[in-house]
Ligand binder design. Structure first.
Ligand code: ATP
Length: 362
């Protein structure tokens, strides 16, 4: 596909430098423009990953088209900017602006001071960017802290939403549609996605609601007890404001969490509702209190999350048509109806249980 295609060989235009990170199907490297000196991130996807695989090709096309729409029609400073795409017989290279500030939670836990005002600013920025995406027919479908990065080390205010690799595109303003694939990340996936495979702007609102809960409490809202699964808990929308963590949080903030984590899609807040919510538009009771316990719990959760990213499957369904499985285990080959192997589900459950560490849930 010639979407946003750049001329020439990537290596002739950019000096390829060190590795910035690895995705499931890509490697991201630092690049420096040979003439202008501009620093970029090069997301390189080997041809072997998508050759002869229509779904993989479609996934790359969607990611590129989403970013092209963002650049051409939205131009919001909190959305990743794609510079263009090179392709040659051995790979596709997506040229992105380089984000140097690291992931959202890594930065927050290293802060000296953290307040509801900070969390509110983050959600406001994210909701503003996503509201514009929704207006232009882009549903992200994988909003989570790993996909929110700071632009630079020394600016605590500028974040960007990245990784449109699972996005859903509509011709115009988005509506909710059915998609047989189960797409998202376990802790952030919306109930209607689990029960009916319905995707639309509301699934991004839900994921932002999960993120907001974690930003305020320092641990995730949904975790299964011994006799239930994570997905059952999410489908029921069963979460609590545990007094130890939540008594310190303003009523306005809790109200917004409640509106975003509403199981009924019709009643759930839209991104526009989020942007107009009093917690974002006016000062609230605890705006300036330093949330030291939240930081403490977020540190534990963040450390577990890093481990989990390696140990557990973070994607549902068969993204790019390649399913990651637990190997050399007969159990690993058995799958439950949600597409996870039993082994993976166990790992996941364990991770979610332990990620609630920090004392308040005991
Ligand atoms: P997955 O879907 O498995 O998360 P992916 O193939 O979509 O992965 P990304 O998540 O986009 O890949 O990127 C992988 C890693 O590369 C990121 O976690 C991050 O560390 C780094 N990275 C990605 N984009 C950039 C960027 N624009 N600037 C700096 N680093 C980046």
């Amino acid at each position: 596909d010639q979407l946003a295609a750049l001329d020439g060989r990537m290596e002739d235009v950019y000096d390829v430098g060190h590795e910035l990170g690895k995705g499931a199907f890509s490697v991201v490297k630092h690049g420096r423009h040979r003439e202008t000196g501009e620093n970029v991130a090069l997301k390189i996807i080997a041809a072997a990953t998508f050759e002869g695989n229509k779904r993989a090709q479609e996934a790359i096309r969607v990611e590129v088209e989403a970013m092209q729409r963002i650049r051409g029609q939205i131009n919001n400073p909190s959305l990743i900017v794609m510079i263009g795409v090179f392709s040659d017989p051995s790979k596709v290279s997506i040229v992105l602006e380089e984000l140097n500030g690291g992931e959202l939670f890594d930065r927050i836990v290293s802060r000296g001071r953290y307040t509801e005002g900070h969390a509110s600013h983050l959600i406001c920025t994210l909701a503003g960017a996503l509201a514009q995406c929704h207006e232009k027919g882009i549903v992200h479908r994988d909003v989570k802290p790993e996909n929110i990065m700071y632009t630079s080390r020394d600016d605590d205010t500028k974040i960007k939403l990245t990784d449109f690799g699972l996005a859903l595109l509509y011709p115009g303003a988005s509506v909710t549609v059915h998609d047989d694939n189960l797409v998202g990340t376990p802790g952030y996936v919306a109930p209607e996605v689990l029960s009916s495979r319905l995707y639309g702007p509301p699934c991004d609102v839900w994921a932002c609601g999960v993120l907001l809960y974690i930003l305020l409490a320092g641990y995730p809202p949904f975790y299964p007890s011994a006799d239930e699964t994570l997905f059952e808990v999410i489908k029921q929308g069963k979460y609590y404001f545990h007094p130890d963590a939540w008594d310190l949080i303003s009523a306005e903030a809790k109200d917004l969490v409640y509106r975003m984590l509403t199981v009924d899609v019709e009643k759930r807040a839209t991104m526009a509702d989020v942007l107009n919510h009093p917690w974002l538009t006016s000062a609230c009771d605890h705006e300036y209190d330093h949330l030291s316990d939240t930081i403490h719990r977020l540190k534990a959760f963040n450390a577990k999350r890093k481990w989990r990213a390696v140990a557990a499957v973070v994607m549902l369904g068969a993204r790019l048509g390649l399913k990651k499985r637990a190997r050399s285990s007969s159990e690993g080959e058995r799958e439950d109806k949600n597409g996870f192997s039993v082994l993976e589900l166990e790992t996941l459950k364990e991770a979610f249980l332990s990620s609630a560490e920090g004392g308040v849930l005991s």
